[in-house]
Design a binder for this molecule. Sequence first.
Ligand code: ZN
Length: 313
Amino acid sequence: MNSLTRRKFLVSTGLLSAAACLAPRSLFAESENIVLTARKRAETAQITVQTLRGNITALIGSGGNIAVLTGPDGKLIIDSGYATSRARITDALAKLGPDPIKHLINTHWHFDHCDGNEWMHEDGAHILAHENTKKHLATSTRVEGWNFTFPPSPAGAIPGEVFAEEKTLHLNGATIALKYYGPSHTDGDVSAYFAEADVLHCGDTWWNGHYPFIDYSTGGNIKGMIKAAESNLAKATDKTIVIPGHGKIGGKTELTEYRDMLVTIYGRVATLKKEGKSLDEIVAAKPTAAYDSKWATPFINGDVFAKLVYDGV
Ligand SMILES: [Zn+2]
């Protein structure tokens, strides 16, 4: 793929922002920081609407996967995508019914999941998130992997309500159980489970079919990612519809494959590290080799993922 095609591919799969965290600096001109590029590209990204179960729908294509619960209490939305997708997300939401946006939940603070917070709040959303998500959005926060320091978000984008461990909502005939994972992809990841419909949104603790980014800059680590994957698996039955932060909607089978991949690669890297191997030696030993054809992306390839694991072993 040439670089333009590659970027189109990444935007189309919602991976641009996350993948970029690990891009060698030389891939991008200084004037073309990956965060700014991702926002710009999202202006033209198509939004796909996927009906899941009951009154729950997924909007796919603007950063992290978005879930929408419709009904007389107003729309409840999980994650707000890129601000630059506003027009397309608004169109997609209008097709789901006339109810105004009333509630927005952020699965974590990353810009591909929270960039749309400000406009959704303007349109009427009360924003709810983990307390650490609010902390990162409210202050200047640097992500080393993206070579980018996010300024404090505008007041309207900052969650108006936070919780520490769990919180349950009853809206539109649904019970929505929110639960903190503990430090995993960041230090503020929460799951959202629609109990009656049996639909689980995992945020970025699950990347279906792609090596995940782990944001060590704001408290993420591989051990927490494995723990979160186990917790997602414990919640899912064969009937549960599971929404990943990135990648296709899936279920228990795909979650299991993902957990096994994380555990196996972690084990290999940990063994090599215990033997006293350096990072370079471990990367050269290709601990991810058996998984690369399925899980590697143009930016988070096996070597990069091995390093992400190494950093937390
Ligand atoms: Zn993320």
